[in-house]
Design a protein around this ligand. Sequence first.
Ligand code: CP
Length: 334
Amino acid sequence: MTSTLSQPHLLGIEGLARDDACLILDTARSFTEVNTRALKKVPALRGRTVALLFFENSTRTRLSFELAAKRLSADTLSFSASTSSASKGETLTDTARNIEAMKPDLVVVRHEASGAPWLLSRVMRGAIANAGDGQHEHPTQALLDAYTLLECWKRSAAQGLAGKTVAIVGDLSRSRVARSNMLLLPLLGAKVRVAGPPTMIPAGLKEVYDVDVYDDVDEALFSGDPVDAVMMLRIQKERAGTAVMGSDRDYAFGYGLTAARFAQLKERRNEVLVLHPGPMNRGVEIDAAVADDDASVILQQTENGVAVRMAVLYLLAVGMTQRDRGAAVEGASS
Ligand code: CP
């Protein structure tokens, strides 16, 4: 296994080699240890600047990337669209060029447009980490989800998720979390079942991803081998446009992880894990008591997000340093 990522940016899970995913997960494990110390800080990114560009709202991703940068001793530049000149009409490219003029080394971006991190990788010199782009991908969320599963099941990244079945339930068509997980979990060896209302399942899912697709959540959860973990997704109302949706009550009855469904899951696999990327809509996609049950690892996901994002920032910075050194050696010898 290499000690740096094979790519300069983390734009998505698509194209990420299994070795790269394992490197991030292994590196996160060492940062988890740092996060248990009384002094939770290491000098790994001292002198580096991390720009946090959030064009869309966030609680977990934004705070954990900021904390990750600070625990690595980096300086941070924090941007949010609502308090910036983006609200006066400045384009993404112009915003990026102006922030680039301040010379950040690493750039974390969340944007409502799919592909925005890729665009920034063309106009900025620093390494880009995608913190969620439109309906496309949320790679660090999938990495922290995988990390949480490995931690709960006491497995190393190299051992992966072979022999485990994970169900992802909810709004599959608009969820970047689902997309990144549908790529990462099978890459690590898990069997993945996805389920949701027929109107929230994109056509051709089975042809593109290594997953089994169900429009009946009970069939996804209660047929075949018992499910080892279930990941519930909220309806992405902010991206639903004019799509017609039933009431929250109807959704909970048809597709939510109700107390009754959870009891049936536990009958089949007593140690089943419940995940949710947040924010949760209690009583809609997940019953409040299920969210707070001992089987729920939702707050562990949030906790692990810090170590995983420390790993991503650290490895992207190491990769930059190695490429800079390589370029310097090449320049000296030519
Ligand atoms: N899971 C997630 O992306 O949460 P935030 O939108 O709060 O960052």
